[in-house]
Design a protein. Structure first.
Length: 283
């Protein structure tokens, strides 16, 4: 059976940590995840841990939580060493965080936000959401919340013009809400939607894309700005080298990613500008 495990901005199922199988003498890192889907993700994380143990001599404990805020709280109270977060919380807390690596999708460290509807719906764009139910992903999601705030504004709508809106707490959950009729439309990470479509997931088959945003910097893996643990540098290097190794390429295929790369904060300038425009002040 074809399987791909996906980790991305805003998909959170509250799954427990997957422990690495490296030797006890290896430096231990606690890596937070919020965007984890698919049934065998624990097996995938175990394989990823094995890879990092082999190629970087690292012991990695993956820790999953249900929201970006929960992961940030753990980061800033020294309960995590690194985390895979969204670009929006990164720009909000940029002075406290540093980039370790950024995934690449179709060869570039960028992705888009999609507005989706159930198949056969009359919704053609943002202006058609008046009186409709809209599903968001996470309040700290760029593609699943921030982008939508600006697009609603540009369509001449306010949140009060919707019949209702709610946070589904995960992009997969957004797709399922739209597919089952809990929402007439949803804001979803385009990378997540495309990957779920490639996997033939039933909820995606019942939805379709009606709008795509411009491109934004892909959700990054970050560490605290003041933490210069050498193991963190080894983690970043091991991620970037994954395409050079058969096991690494297999893991990337499971993630539906091209690889990982280095990046500067400028990659996220468009998210920062969007946040400033939505909030009327600095992100």
């Amino acid at each position: 059976m074809k399987r791909r495990e996906l980790l991305q901005c805003g998909v959170a199922l509250g799954l427990g940590p997957a422990m690495a199988r490296a030797g006890a003498a290896s430096p231990a890192l606690r890596v937070g995840l919020t965007a984890v889907i698919l049934a065998d993700q624990a097996a995938f994380l175990a394989r990823w841990s094995d890879y990092l143990a082999k190629h970087a001599s690292l012991t990695v404990n993956f820790v999953a939580r249900e929201s970006y805020q929960a992961i940030l709280d753990m980061m800033f109270t020294d309960q995590l060493d690194a985390a895979w977060i969204c670009g929006y919380p990164y720009v909000k807390h940029q002075s406290q965080l540093r980039l370790l690596a950024v995934p690449t999708f179709h060869g570039a460290p960028r992705y888009q936000s999609y507005l989706i509807r159930s198949k056969g719906s009359s919704i053609l764009g943002w202006k058609d959401l008046r009186g409709q139910v809209l599903a968001y992903s996470d309040p700290l999601s760029n593609s699943g919340w921030l982008v939508a705030q600006m697009q609603l504004r540009r369509a001449g709508l306010s949140p009060r013009d919707l019949s209702r809106s709610f946070f589904a707490h995960g992009h997969r959950n957004v797709a399922e809400a739209v597919a089952t009729g809990l929402a007439q439309a949803g804001c979803i990470d385009g990378y997540v939607w495309e990957t779920m479509l490639g996997q033939g997931m039933p909820s995606i088959a019942k939805t379709e894309v009606v709008w795509k945003s411009t491109e934004f910097g892909f959700p990054p893996i970050v560490a605290r700005a003041g933490d210069h643990n050498e193991a963190l540098s080894a983690l970043g290097a091991a991620l970037i080298q994954m395409p050079d190794d058969p096991m690494g390429r297999d893991l990337l295929k499971a993630l539906n990613l091209s690889g990982f790369t280095t990046a500067t904060p400028a990659l996220f300038d468009s998210i920062r500008e969007l946040a400033n425009a939505v909030h009327g002040n600095k992100a």
